[in-house]
Design a protein around this ligand. Structure first.
Ligand code: TEU
Ligand code: CA
Length: 526
């Protein structure tokens, strides 16, 4: 039998590089900082790191505005530092996934500087220029079109005006961008997370988007319209398949798509014949209500919608979304960890979730994120979930010797890696235990998931393969009695019931989750 690709059984750990570890005392995390912390990741047990953009950038959107697709921004280090990091990652048996930002460049990218210089410039058509704007809205507020005085036309920017959208219908754009992919793949990078994959192609006639009947005052302004003509266009799938073909020129790589779409549309990104994205990110756990019923529905819906042969994936946390411990509270954050790590497929977690990091309040004068600056007070800002990783209780939490670019959570004296390491019951130990469990029981990675039910606030499902696991997650704040078969508790969210034999009925404390290995003979009872 063929060995399954590495990414199928991987836990991917997202590093937001500005906030992981500073090595040179400028208050901003960097590549050498990541090297210094790789052993921590090995001990945690994750398999791969995905690093948010590290390319040269004016940092209008903190790296998601790329000015050179084949370089390293001096803030993060040099190309040699990158090669060193990659070698250190690989020497530990880890994989590295880079962030690729194809929808837009920086307005400082030489391509855009040329493009905007004259209507006759050969790179004019590399971006989307129009005499008349459509009604499309920017994801960061206001019109998606910016009038440019020099040539008296509008250019499209789905995000900031410093992030002009590329014209992917132009073959030269395609060729240049694919060469950038090959550049990194050639260096040995193991794959890409592709930014806003579902936005890459727009309607060729730039038709106006219809109004969104669900829009309510107080919501971000881009909710006013339904993005019918500016996103998820049918032609995008051809492009995704072409991107996949480039990645497949190199053995053993992975293509992941960032896609915020309802599940049916999301599934189309696996592509015809599964020749699209290996993994269209599944963000549903970040968006659904935190109740046993809602999560049961999400799991069943996702499993049911997966195309035959498609590999599932689940994401818990990223640099655009509120921290779990803030969203669901610290005790449910532990339940969330158990949920994530007992689901099938490839899993993605965000740095600091293993510490139960919370959103850090950002005072108005500390705001960095343009999403907050452009539309203040609507909860759009992403700084709170991007604050520095607390490593110890020293000045600046061991993150930096200087003043950090974003404030460090004021609970860092107790909530830090070193302290949680000392405390055997901490969420850090829970994460490690669960990741370890997954590693030693492939059934948890690849077996079928079934009997998903929600009852009295308890989410229940089974993983049945060579072994037989029952997962019970009390997503409520009340204790509850549940019926079970006969087996052994492998791990519980309180980390105090390991190896307990259980039979017939089990008392679950509030926010308690357990993974039980069932005796095969009791299978039928369930
Ligand atoms: O995010 C895409 C995206 O849809 C976000 O705008 C998201 O909806 C928002 O942040 C939720 O608050 C990607 C990147 O992950 C994000 O960091 C970038 O700002 C954006 O693309 C533009 O490149
Ligand atoms: Ca630094």
């Amino acid at each position: 039998m063929q060995k399954s690709p590495w990414w199928q059984h991987s836990v991917i750990y997202e590093i937001y590089p500005r906030s992981f570890q500073d090595s040179n005392g400028d208050g901003i995390g960097d590549l050498n900082g990541i090297v210094a912390r790789l052993d921590y990741l090995v001990k945690l047990g994750v398999d791969a790191v995905w690093i948010s953009p590290i390319y040269p950038s004016p940092m209008a959107d903190f790296g998601y505005d790329v000015a050179d697709y084949c370089g390293i921004d001096p803030i993060f280090g040099t190309m040699d530092d990158f090669k060193h990091l990659l070698a250190e990652v690989h020497s530990r048996g880890l994989r590295m996934i880079l962030d690729f930002v194809p929808n837009h460049t920086s307005d400082y990218h030489p391509w855009f500087i040329e493009s905007r210089s004259s209507r006759m410039n050969p790179k004019r058509d590399w971006y989307l220029w129009r005499d008349q704007p459509s009604n499309w809205l920017s994801n960061f507020g206001g019109s998606a079109w910016e009038f440019d005085e020099t040539t008296r036309q509008y250019y499209l920017h789905s995000f900031l005006k410093q992030q002009p959208d590329l014209n992917w219908r132009n073959p030269d754009v395609k060729a240049a961008m694919f060469d950038a992919l090959r550049f990194w793949l050639g260096l040995g990078v193991d794959g890409f997370r592709v930014d806003v994959m579902w936005l890459m192609i727009k309607d060729d006639q730039f038709r106006d988007n219809p109004p969104n009947p669900g829009y309510r005052l107080g919501q971000p302004s881009n909710n006013r319209l339904l993005p019918v003509y500016s996103s998820d266009r049918p032609e995008v799938h051809q492009l995704v398949a072409a991107m996949r073909a480039v990645v497949d020129e190199f053995p053993d790589r992975v293509l992941i798509g960032e896609i915020y779409l309802p599940v049916q549309q999301l599934m189309t990104y696996y592509g015809a014949g599964l020749k699209g994205a290996n993994l269209p990110f599944n963000f549903q756990l970040l968006q659904c209500a935190w109740s046993a019923e809602a999560v049961a529905q999400v799991i069943t819906g996702y499993e049911g919608a997966l195309p035959i042969g498609a590999w599932p994936n689940w994401v818990l946390g990223n640099h655009d979304q509120p921290r779990m411990a803030t969203r669901v509270g610290p005790s449910q954050a532990r339940v969330a960890a158990m949920l994530l790590l007992t689901l099938p497929g490839t899993l993605t977690m965000y740095y600091g979730e293993e510490l139960g990091m919370t959103n850090v309040p950002i005072a108005p004068e500390q705001v960095q994120d343009p999403a907050e600056k452009n539309e203040p007070g609507l909860g759009q800002g992403r700084d709170p979930e991007r604050t520095p990783m607390p490593w110890d209780d020293s000045h600046c939490a061991g993150f930096t010797a200087a003043s950090p670019w974003l404030p460090i959570g004021d609970d860092y004296a107790s909530l830090n890696v070193e302290a949680l390491e000392q405390n055997q019951d901490s969420i850090l130990h829970l994460y490690r235990r669960l990741i370890g469990l997954r590693r030693s029981h492939p059934t948890l990675v690849k077996a079928k998931l079934d009997v998903v039910t929600a009852d009295s606030g308890v989410l229940r499902f089974q993983r049945v393969g060579e072994e037989h696991f029952l997962v019970l997650l009390n997503m409520s704040h009340n204790p509850v009695q549940v019926e079970i078969g006969q087996g052994t508790i492998l791990v519980c969210t309180y980390l105090d019931r390991e190896a307990q034999q259980v039979k017939d009925s089990l008392h679950l404390r509030a926010a308690e989750g357990v993974v039980i290995q069932l005796d095969q003979s009791t299978e039928k009872l369930l």
